[in-house]
Design a protein around this ligand. Structure first.
Ligand SMILES: Cc1cc2nc3c(=O)[nH]c(=O)nc-3n(C[C@H](O)[C@H](O)[C@H](O)COP(=O)(O)OP(=O)(O)OC[C@H]3O[C@@H](n4cnc5c(N)ncnc54)[C@H](O)[C@@H]3O)c2cc1C
Length: 406
C-alpha cells in the first residue's frame, strides 16, 4: 500500500557513512526523498571529525572481508572525489616500521595480506631506505606503502552533504535533530526527534557510537554492543614537526583492530602522534576525565566487556599508563623516532571509536550491517570506514534498492 510520507528514507547520523549512503542513493534514485537527521549542530561532529585523516590502502584487513573490499575500492573513489571537488589530500605514502627483529614475521604477514588485497606498490625496505624516506625514523626493516595518503574527512563529509542536497530540493540534512524513538505503523514509521516527527517508509541507522541504541529503539536486540575506545593524540611542536615527513606506523599487535600509535602529517601540515586505545567511560567523551554514568553502566554491565578485559588486561593497563604518563608515551614514540624528546610533544585532540563487541568479548573487526523490516542498521563501521565511505555508500544503495524495492 502507498502511504503519503514526509520522506522515503530517513538516514540517522550525519557522519561520513550516513552522508555517503544518502549521496549514493540520491544519485541512483533521484526521485527518492531523503533526509539526514543529525543530532549535533554540524555534520561529522564525532568519529569522522576526530580521526587520523589517513586514506588507508587496505593492507591490514582480512582478504575477502567487507573492510578489505570496500577499503580498496573506496580509496580509489575517494581520491577521484577529492580531485574533482578540490578537497585537500595528498597520496604521500607511509612506512610501517619493524623496530626489532621479533616484529619481522608480523611485517611479512602484513605485506602478504596487502598483496592479497591488491594493494599496489608494496615494497619491503631496509634501514637505509627508511632513512631516505623518513630521515629521523629508524628500524630494522619497513614496508613502504605508496598508496596511503592523507585527506580532510570533514571537508569530504561537508561536500557529500552539499551534493546530496543539490541533487534534489526535497533532500535535506537537518542538524540539531536527535532521533529519540520510532512509532511504527504497517507501511510507514514516524521517526521521533527532539524537533518533531518525520514519517518515512524506510530508515538507515548510521549513528556510529549510538548505533546499537538506535537498533534497540527499533525493538531489536543487537548481537553486538558499542563499547567506546578513546584515542588520544599528541602534536609535535615547532621544529620537532620536521622530524616526520609523512606517515610512520609501528607494526600493529595482531590481536587488536587498532593500528598502534603512529605519526601522521595532517593536511594542514601539523604532525600528530596517536591514537592510543583506552576504554572510555563516555561514548562521546573527548577528555580523559569524561564520564557518563549511562554509557559506563551499559559498557560495564555487558559480559563481553569483562571477558575482553580479562583477556587483554595487560595491554589495557599499558595503554592507560601511557595515556597518563608522558614519559611512557615518549618512550613508545622514540622506538620509531629516537631523537624525539618530551619537550617535542604536547597534548592534542582525541577521538572515540565505536567498537562493536560481541558477547564473548570478541572485538568485531568487520563491518556489520543488519536489515530488519524497513530498517538497515549499520552496527559496526570501524576504521577504515572513512576511507571506504563511498564504497560503503554504494553497497548500502544496493541493499536499499533490493530490500526496499526502490
Ligand atoms: C580515533 C580515530 C581514528 C580514526 N582514523 C581513521 C583514519 O585515519 N582513516 C579512516 O578511514 N578511518 C579512521 N577512523 C574510522 C572512521 O573515522 C570511522 O569509521 C567513520 O568516521 C565512521 O563514520 P560514521 O558516519 O559511521 O560515524 P560518525 O562519524 O560517528 O557519525 C555518526 C553520526 O550519528 C549522529 N547520531 C548519533 N546518534 C544520533 C541520534 N540519536 N540522532 C541523530 N544523529 C545521531 C552523531 O552525532 C554522528 O554525527 C578513525 C576513527 C577514530 C575514532
Amino acid at each position: 500500500m502507498q502511504v503519503k510520507t514526509d520522506f522515503d528514507i530517513v538516514v540517522i547520523g550525519g557522519g561520513i557513512v550516513g552522508l555517503a549512503c544518502a549521496y549514493k542513493i540520491a544519485r541512483a534514485h533521484p526521485s527518492v526523498r531523503i533526509v539526514v537527521l543529525e543530532k549535533e549542530g554540524r555534520p561529522a561532529a564525532h568519529q569522522t571529525g576526530h580521526n587520523s585523516g589517513v586514506i588507508h590502502s587496505g593492507l591490514y584487513y582480512k582478504p575477502g572481508s567487507a573492510r578489505a573490499a570496500t577499503c580498496t575500492a573506496g580509496r580509489k573513489e575517494l581520491i577521484e572525489f577529492a580531485k574533482l571537488h578540490g578537497i585537500r589530500h595528498d597520496i604521500c605514502g607511509k612506512i610501517i616500521v619493524a623496530t626489532d627483529a621479533a616484529e619481522l614475521p608480523a611485517l611479512e604477514r602484513i605485506r602478504k595480506n596487502g598483496l592479497e588485497n591488491g594493494v599496489e606498490g608494496l615494497e619491503r625496505i631496509g634501514p637505509d631506505r627508511i632513512r631516505e624516506i623518513e630521515p629521523f625514523a629508524t628500524g630494522v626493516a619497513a614496508l613502504h606503502v605508496p598508496s596511503a595518503g592523507i585527506i580532510d574527512f570533514v571537508a569530504v563529509a561537508n561536500k557529500l552533504a552539499e551534493l546530496f542536497q543539490d541533487a534534489s530540493s526535497r533532500n535535506k540534512v537537518l542538524v540539531y535533530h536527535r532521533v529519540t524513538g520510532f512509532d511504527k505503523h504497517d507501511f510507514y514509521t514516524n521517526v521521533l526527534t527532539t524537533k518533531g516527527a518525520f514519517s518515512t517508509r524506510y530508515i538507515l541507522n548510521c549513528a556510529g557510537l549510538q548505533s546499537d541504541r538506535i537498533a534497540r529503539m527499533d525493538g531489536i536486540d543487537p548481537p553486538v554492543r558499542i563499547v567506546p575506545f578513546r584515542g588520544d593524540y599528541s602534536v609535535l611542536n615547532g621544529a620537532a614537526a620536521g622530524k616526520v615527513r609523512n606517515l610512520v606506523y609501528p607494526v600493529p599487535n595482531p590481536e587488536f583492530p587498532f593500528l598502534g600509535v603512529h605519526f601522521t602529517r595532517m593536511v594542514d601540515g601539523a604532525v600528530e602522534c596517536g591514537p592510543n586505545a583506552v576504554f572510555s567511560f563516555k561514548r562521546e567523551g573527548y577528555r580523559k576525565t569524561d564520564v557518563s554514568f549511562r554509557d559506563a553502566w551499559e559498557s560495564l554491565s555487558y559480559r563481553g566487556t569483562w571477558l575482553l578485559f580479562a583477556r587483554h588486561w595487560r595491554y589495557g593497563l599499558g595503554e592507560y599508563a601511557r595515556a597518563f604518563r608522558k614519559k611512557l608515551l615518549v618512550a613508545q614514540l622514540q622506538k620509531l623516532v629516537p631523537s624525539l624528546t618530551s619537550e617535542d610533544i604536547q597534548p592534542g585532540k582525541a577521538g572515540v571509536r565505536a567498537q562493536a563487541l560481541g558477547p564473548k568479548g570478541d572485538l568485531v573487526d568487520d563491518f556489520r550491517i543488519e536489515v530488519r523490516g524497513n530498517v538497515v542498521h549499520i552496527l559496526n563501521a570501524p576504521s577504515p570506514a572513512a576511507t571506504a565511505s563511498l564504497a560503503i555508500g554504494s553497497h548500502i544503495n544496493q541493499v536499499a534498492t533490493e530490500c526496499f524495492g526502490l
